[in-house]
Design a protein around this ligand. Structure first.
Ligand SMILES: [Zn+2]
Length: 218
């Protein structure tokens, strides 16, 4: 049973109007089990502790050439339309990504984004910020609706720490940003940088897990 509450009209950047309504919906628990950690980043917008990734540049692929042509032709309407299309594609990919995780898991843990990650990309900071917060918001409300746990943890040392043995043997600092794969000198484990970080984000939230069987806490 859906109950409509307040509504509002909104216009998007292309002059199209939407009527938005707030809807009360019943919580529908999913059958998801276990927990997943998510590392937010630059190369991939999101990397999961299970190895799943949401690429960043997939939204722009094939669109850059079209955008350049429209910009050279000073076709403002076309430029605006292409930007809107990129935005929609990103949003659509984020919806699919978050939906899949919410269906699959009983708990989702996201790392807050550290400043070191943005040290090299000051120009695009706002773009990344917007993408990350949009994804976090989607995960948060989808988790709430599905009755599963959503957490944000400080990603302190999540890149440096080996998720296998816990030693601080991983890449660090601005120079370490280029390192995509590394091997732990202590235990010999081989890591994908972002998957390792996501695993550490997941273990930071350990101890507060949802039990494997039971009623979701609301
Ligand atoms: Zn190790």
């Amino acid at each position: 049973m859906h109950q409509f509450r307040s509504g509002s009209f909104n216009e998007d950047s292309r002059g199209r109007w939407y009527f938005n309504v707030a809807v009360d919906v019943d919580v529908q628990p999913t059958l998801g089990q276990g927990a997943v950690g998510i590392d937010l980043g630059l190369k991939d917008m999101a990397t999961c502790s299970d190895g799943e990734k949401l690429e960043n540049n997939r939204f722009y692929r094939h669109m850059e050439d079209k955008l350049a042509i429209a910009q050279r032709a000073r076709n403002k309407r076309r430029v605006k339309a292409i930007h809107a299309k990129i935005k929609n594609r990103r949003k659509d990919a984020q919806h699919k990504f978050s939906r899949k995780l919410v269906n699959q898991y009983g708990e989702i843990v996201v790392g807050d984004v550290s400043s070191t990650k943005l040290a090299k990309t000051r120009m695009a900071k706002s773009v990344y910020d917007a993408g990350w917060s949009q994804l976090k918001t989607m995960l948060e409300y989808k988790c709430a609706h599905a009755g599963i746990v959503f957490k944000v943890v400080h990603e302190n040392n999540t890149t440096r720490t080996c998720s296998s043995c816990g030693s601080l043997s991983g890449p660090q600092g601005v120079n370490g940003l280029r390192v995509r794969d590394w091997g732990c000198v202590e235990c010999g484990a081989l890591h994908d940088r972002d998957v390792n970080a996501a695993r550490n984000i997941l273990s930071l939230a350990a101890g507060h897990r949802r039990p494997e069987v039971g009623i979701p806490a609301l």
